[in-house]
Design a protein around this ligand. Structure first.
Ligand SMILES: Nc1nc2c(c(=O)[nH]1)N[C@H]1C(S)=C(S)[C@@H](COP(=O)(O)O)O[C@H]1N2
Ligand SMILES: [Mo]
Length: 320
């Protein structure tokens, strides 16, 4: 039952979320979270980030950043979906401490001239890192604004010289049940897998992410290397990637296989196509008061000007 609800709103998942916000609201009401702390959390300056996270120096600013105020480092790192570490929003932060993202390597496979196993250092070396403040919309109808650190996925993929047969790119998460307690159960069919069309992958918005808020990615956010595709529902943004494969056929994806009626391959944010069990027309911004009004969800999560052309001629009510 539960495995059919990736981002599903089941009572067991709603509860921690409600508690998470209720707790903060109660603390605020009681005056424990003072005006200064609230301001700090809204601005989330570097001083709020625990020093155990390594700083990533020399970040370029990006013209692709949105102007909205980012969520706090605390929100971004304590309210997560990462089923390898459990189903509840607070599980990844609590259970990811044993995960060792170093050393790391990524296997490049399939329809490309250059394939093989590359260390993370090999992968990262040629790419200047930038900060990109993106809107992030989960299919569960919550959202955040997140200052990711990364570089364009397309710049990485070009290095492997995809052949003319390469029409899609498939991604895989690591399988390490000893370090990922969620993988000891069958909540999902491990490894977590995702995919994009090559055109989507080459779009300049598609980002390979190695950090957030100017520091290395915390384990719960997908260390050491994850994807961010900001115009798609969050489940497309696969974490802790160990395999990238160029293919001529549309790759299988974890959630479209777990619940084909609910999740498709494209998963573009679309306020006009409701999930079978809830509306996608609005979203709740994490970090706003629990009872704050919802905001309208934008087509392609607000990135339509950059990506709508990718889907010309495709019926997005059927290709969800
Ligand atoms: N490997 C893996 N990647 C994953 C997930 C997951 O469970 N496993 N959850 C997805 C979902 S549903 C969302 S909303 C985002 C959450 O990313 P965040 O925790 O950094 O906000 O990660 C996505 N990537
Ligand atoms: Mo999600």
């Amino acid at each position: 039952m539960r495995q059919r609800h990736p981002d599903g709103i089941t009572p067991s998942e709603i509860t921690p979320e409600a508690v998470f916000h209720a707790r903060r609201d109660v603390l605020r009401a009681a005056g424990f979270v003072g005006a200064a702390a609230l301001l700090a959390s809204a601005r989330a300056g570097a001083e709020d980030i625990p020093t155990r996270y390594r700083r990533l120096p020399g970040l370029k600013k990006s013209p692709y950043s949105v102007k909205e105020t980012p969520n706090s480092f605390e929100d971004i790192t304590s309210y997560n979906n990462f089923y390898e570490f459990g189903l509840d929003k607070t599980d990844p932060a609590e259970n990811a401490g044993r995960f060792r993202p170093k050393p790391w390597s990524v296997s490049i496979e399939g329809e490309a001239e250059v394939t093989g196993r590359f260390t993370l250092e090999d992968i990262l070396k040629p790419h200047p890192l930038e900060e990109r403040i993106y809107r992030f919309r989960c299919v569960e109808a919550w959202s955040m604004v997140i200052p990711w650190v990364g570089f364009p996925l397309g710049d990485l993929l070009k290095r492997f010289k995809p052949t003319s047969k390469a029409k899609y790119v498939a991604f895989e998460t690591i399988v390490r049940p000893e370090e990922m307690p969620g993988q000891k159960g069958r909540t999902l069919d491990w490894p977590y897998i995702e995919g994009l069309t090559l055109a989507e992958a080459m779009n300049p918005l598609s980002l390979m992410v190695v950090g957030v808020y100017g520091v290395e990615l915390p384990n719960q956010n997908g260390a050491p290397l994850r994807l961010i595709v900001p115009w798609k529902y969050g489940f497309k943004s696969i974490k802790s990637i160990v395999r990238i494969r160029f293919t001529d056929k549309q790759p299988r994806t974890t959630w479209s296989e777990a619940a084909p009626d609910e999740y498709g391959f494209y998963a573009n944010v679309n306020p006009e196509v409701d999930h079978p069990r809830w509306s996608q027309a609005t979203e709740r911004r994490i970090g706003s008061a629990f009872l704050a009004p919802k905001q309208r969800t934008l087509p392609f999560n607000g990135y339509g000007a950059q990506v709508a052309a990718l889907y010309k001629g495709l019926d997005l009510t059927r290709n969800y």
